[in-house]
Design a protein around this ligand. Structure first.
Ligand SMILES: Cc1ncc(COP(=O)(O)O)c(C=O)c1O
Length: 691
C-alpha cells in the first residue's frame, strides 16, 4: 500500500492471480516446469513471435539476446541513452561497446534512425531499440535501416508488452526482443522477463544459455526425457520459477483489456491537457497501432521549474517520476564524446505522470488539476538550473574533441604577437589622422572619405575583460571602436536551459566601454537562442534592447555571430533578420533549422523594428580583415601584417579583431591559455571561437 492518492503505477492481484500462484506451489514443482512451458507457449502465440523463452528478469532477457546474437569484444552497439540503464548494461556485459545515439524529438523520446546512422562506425554490429513507454517510435525505419546494412536489430521491449504496430508486436521487429515483467510493468509479476524471436536456431541457443549451457533441464530429467546432460556453452542461471510463470500467464489473459484501459486514460489525459499551457504530452499516438501505454509523460515548457512542479504534485498526493536520467550522464558511461542535445532536453523537462489500468477518472482529474495549478505557479527556471538535472551543454562533445589540445597549448607561442605591444603598434599607425579616419561602425557609412576610412570592429565572444583592456589602449590613442557584445556569452548572462539571466555586472562594463567613446553593438546569436536554448528571440531581443537603452547604452548596430552551433546545425544568425535575402554558402535553409529530428521554425524580425541602423556585415566596405581568419599555414591573421600604405583615400576598410585572442604580454598569454585549455578539457565546455 502506498501513501499516494495517485501512485505512479499500481498493481492489483485478482483471486485468479492468487489461485494460480497457490496452485503452482501446491503442485510441488517450483522452478521451470510445466507452468513455464505453458506461459512460454501462450506468450509465443500471443506475440506471434514463434519462440518465447521465459527468464528471471528483463535484464537477463536483454543479456541473453546480446550474448545469443554473438555480440562481444570489439563490437559496437548503437543504443539510446534515454533508457533504463539495464538496456546498456546488457550490451556491456558481453564486452561490446554501447554507443549512444540521440532520440527523435523533444516529445518523441525514441531512438532516431537518423542519429543511429550518424553513430555508425565500421565496428557497429547491432542496434538496440527501446520501445519507450510502449511506443513503436521508429522501429520500422530502424528495421529497414539495419536490414540494408547487415546490422542486427535487437529490441528492448520492456515497456512494450501488448504493443503492436500494423498488427505486429513490438519485440518481434528485430532478431530478438526482450520483455520485462518487473512489478511496475504492464505485465508485472514482481520479477520476470521474456525473450522472443522468430529464429528457431537462436531460440535453441538462448534456451541453452538460460540454464548454464546444459543440454537437458531438471524438468526433462524429472519426466524421464533425459538422464544425462552435457554443458556446451558458458551459460547462466536465468531460470524463472513456476509461481511467477503461472502468475504471468494468468495476467497475460487480461493484458489486452488492461492496455485498453490505459489507452482510454491516455486519450483522456491528452484531452484534459490540451488547454493547459506549458505542458506538452509526449509520445504522440499512432493510428496504425495498439499500444501498451506503459508511461504517460509530458514535456514542460523551458520556463517551468520542473522540481517545483513535481514537489507541488507530491504535496497533492500525486506521485511522478522522470524517465530517464540519461545513461550517458552516469559516471560509468559518461564521456565527453557524447553530444545528445535532444536526449538532454527531454531528460531535463519531461515528467512521468501516473498511469495504471485501474486508475479512476477522479484520480486522473486530480493529476490534471494539480499539474495545471503547479505549472501556472512555477516561476521561470533560474538560468543554468535545470531542475537538478545536469546542465545541457550542447557543445560539449564535439568541442572537447575539437580542442586539439596541443595546438591550443601552442598558442602562446604561435600567437605570441597577439599582445598589447603589437596592438599598440597598429593603433599608433592608425592614429595618424591625416591618413586615416578611424570610426566606430555606426559612423562608417557616413564617414568623410577624404582619408582612408577604417571601421574598428570587435566581436567580444568570451572575454569581456580582454575587450576592456583593448578599449583602454584604443582610448589612449584617441581611437574609437565598436564592441559587439554577445548575449549568449557567459560574461553577459547565465545562459541555461530555456532562459538567460543577465549578469548584474554587465551594465557597469558596458558603460565603462561607452564612456571611453566606444560604441556598443549587439552580437547577434538569436537563431542559437531560439533553436538551441529554446528562448523566443523576438521578445528576448526587444526586452534586452529596452533594458540596455533605458540604462543609457546606445545600441544601434548588430553583427551576426558565427557560433559553433550555427556551423554545426547549418544556419546563419542573420537569418533572424528578414532584411537580408542572401543565403549563406553551405547554410541553405533560411526558415527552418533541424535540431535532431525537431524542426525549429525561425522567428524573424526586421532591423528597424528593433531600432537597429545597420548590420555589420552589410556596410559595403571595400576591404575587410579579420583575425578569425587563418592563412595557408594555419596562422591567424594579425593586423600588424596590414600594408597601410596600400590603401587610398576614400577606401573603406573594416578591421575585425576579437579581444579573446589578445593579452597584455606573452607572460599573461601562456598561463591563461593553459588554464583555459585545462578548464575547457575538464568541463567539456564549449569553445566560443569566433568565426
Ligand atoms: C527499458 C527497460 N529496460 C530494461 C529493464 C530491465 O528489466 P528488469 O527490471 O526486469 O530487469 C527495464 C525495467 O526495469 C526497463 O524499463
Amino acid at each position: 500500500m502506498s501513501h499516494w492518492k495517485v501512485p505512479l503505477a499500481d498493481v492489483v492481484a485478482t483471486q485468479a492471480d492468487i489461485d494460480a500462484v497457490v496452485d503452482a506451489y501446491r503442485s510441488g514443482w517450483w522452478t521451470m516446469g510445466p507452468r513455464t512451458e505453458s506461459f512460454e507457449a501462450a506468450f509465443a502465440a500471443y506475440s506471434g513471435a514463434g519462440h518465447a523463452i521465459a527468464v528471471t528478469n528483463g535484464t537477463a532477457a536483454l543479456h541473453l539476446i546480446c550474448a545469443g546474437t554473438g555480440l562481444g569484444p570489439g563490437d559496437e552497439v548503437v543504443a539510446p541513452s534515454l533508457t533504463f540503464v539495464a538496456t546498456v548494461n546488457a550490451i556491456a556485459y558481453t564486452s561490446a561497446r554501447p554507443v549512444f545515439a540521440d532520440v527523435a524529438g523533444p516529445t518523441e523520446p525514441w531512438l532516431s534512425a537518423r542519429s543511429v546512422e550518424a553513430a555508425l562506425t565500421p565496428r557497429t554490429k547491432a542496434v538496440m531499440a527501446m520501445s519507450y513507454g510502449g511506443h513503436p517510435g521508429e522501429i520500422e525505419e530502424l528495421r529497414e535501416f539495419c536490414a540494408g546494412r547487415g546490422l542486427i536489430l535487437l529490441e528492448d521491449a520492456a515497456h512494450g508488452a501488448g504493443s503492436r504496430l500494423g498488427g505486429r508486436h513490438l519485440g518481434t521487429f528485430g532478431r530478438a526482443g526482450a520483455f520485462s515483467f518487473f512489478s511496475n510493468k504492464n505485465l508485472g509479476i514482481g520479477e520476470g522477463g521474456m525473450v522472443v524471436t522468430r529464429d528457431g536456431d537462436l531460440a535453441a541457443r538462448l534456451r541453452l544459455l538460460r540454464s548454464h549451457g546444459m543440454t537437458a533441464l531438471t524438468w526433462d530429467r524429472h519426466r524421464g526425457h533425459a538422464s544425462e546432460y552435457d554443458v556446451v556453452e558458458l551459460g547462466f542461471n536465468y531460470r524463472i520459477d513456476e509461481a511467477r510463470a503461472a502468475l504471468a500467464e494468468e495476467r497475460l489473459s487480461r493484458l489486452d483489456q488492461e492496455n485498453g484501459s490505459r489507452a482510454r486514460l491516455d486519450e483522456r489525459y491528452r484531452a484534459a491537457l490540451a488547454d493547459v499551457p506549458r505542458v506538452e504530452p509526449a509520445l504522440p499516438p499512432r493510428p496504425d497501432s495498439v499500444l501498451a501505454h506503459h508511461l504517460f509523460t509530458v514535456v514542460l515548457d523551458a520556463a517551468v521549474d520542473r522540481d517545483r512542479v513535481r514537489a507541488a504534485l507530491a504535496e497533492r498526493g500525486v506521485q511522478t517520476s522522470v524517465h530517464y536520467p540519461p545513461v550517458h550522464r552516469f559516471s560509468t558511461y559518461a564521456s565527453p564524446a557524447y553530444d545528445l542535445p535532444v536526449t538532454d532536453l527531454y531528460a531535463s523537462r519531461a515528467v512521468t505522470l501516473p498511469m495504471f489500468a485501474h486508475m479512476t477518472e477522479a484520480q486522473q482529474d486530480l493529476v490534471v488539476e494539480a499539474l495545471s495549478a503547479a505549472t501556472a505557479s512555477a516561476t521561470a527556471v533560474p538560468a543554468g538550473d535545470n531542475g537538478g538535472m545536469p546542465a545541457w551543454r550542447p557543445m560539449q562533445a564535439e568541442e572537447a574533441l575539437r580542442l586539439r589540445p596541443l595546438r591550443v597549448l601552442a598558442r602562446p607561442w604561435t600567437e605570441r604577437r597577439f599582445v598589447h605591444r603589437d596592438y599598440e603598434r597598429v593603433l599608433h599607425e592608425l592614429s595618424d589622422s591625416r591618413r586615416f579616419n578611424v570610426v566606430p561602425l555606426r559612423e562608417f557609412r557616413e564617414a568623410s572619405t577624404d582619408r582612408v576610412v577604417v571601421g574598428m570592429r570587435h566581436d567580444v565572444d568570451e572575454r569581456l575583460g580582454a575587450a576592456l583592456e583593448l578599449a583602454r589602449l584604443e582610448a589612449r590613442h584617441g581611437i574609437r571602436a565598436t564592441y559587439f557584445v554577445l548575449h549568449t556569452a557567459r560574461y553577459y548572462a547565465k545562459a541555461g536551459w530555456g532562459s538567460a539571466e543577465r549578469r548584474p555586472s554587465i551594465l557597469g562594463h558596458l558603460r565603462e566601454l561607452q564612456d571611453m567613446g566606444h560604441e556598443i553593438g549587439w552580437h547577434n546569436d538569436l537563431v542559437t537562442l531560439q533553436c538551441v536554448h529554446g528562448i523566443e528571440p523576438r521578445e528576448y531581443l526587444a526586452n534586452e534592447l529596452e533594458w540596455l537603452r533605458s540604462n543609457g547604452i546606445d545600441i544601434r548596430g548588430t553583427a551576426s555571430h558565427g557560433s559553433y552551433w550555427a556551423r554545426r546545425l547549418g544556419y546563419h544568425n542573420n537569418y533572424f533578420f528578414d532584411d537580408f535575402e542572401e543565403v549563406a554558402p553551405g547554410l541553405p535553409n533560411r526558415d527552418i533549422v533541424e535540431v535532431g529530428n525537431r524542426e525549429c521554425v525561425l522567428s524573424k524580425g526586421r532591423l528597424a523594428e528593433f531600432g537597429f541602423e545597420y548590420e555589420a556585415y552589410h556596410l559595403g566596405e571595400d576591404h575587410y580583415f579579420s583575425d578569425a581568419r587563418f592563412d595557408a599555414d594555419g596562422r591567424r591573421w594579425h593586423p600588424d601584417s596590414l600594408d597601410f600604405d596600400a590603401f587610398n583615400p576614400g577606401d573603406k576598410v573594416i578591421l575585425l579583431t576579437h579581444p579573446d585572442h589578445w593579452d597584455r604580454s606573452v607572460g599573461w598569454k601562456a598561463p591563461r591559455t593553459v588554464v583555459w585549455a585545462g578548464w575547457r578539457a575538464f568541463t567539456g565546455e564549449r569553445s566560443r571561437r569566433p568565426g
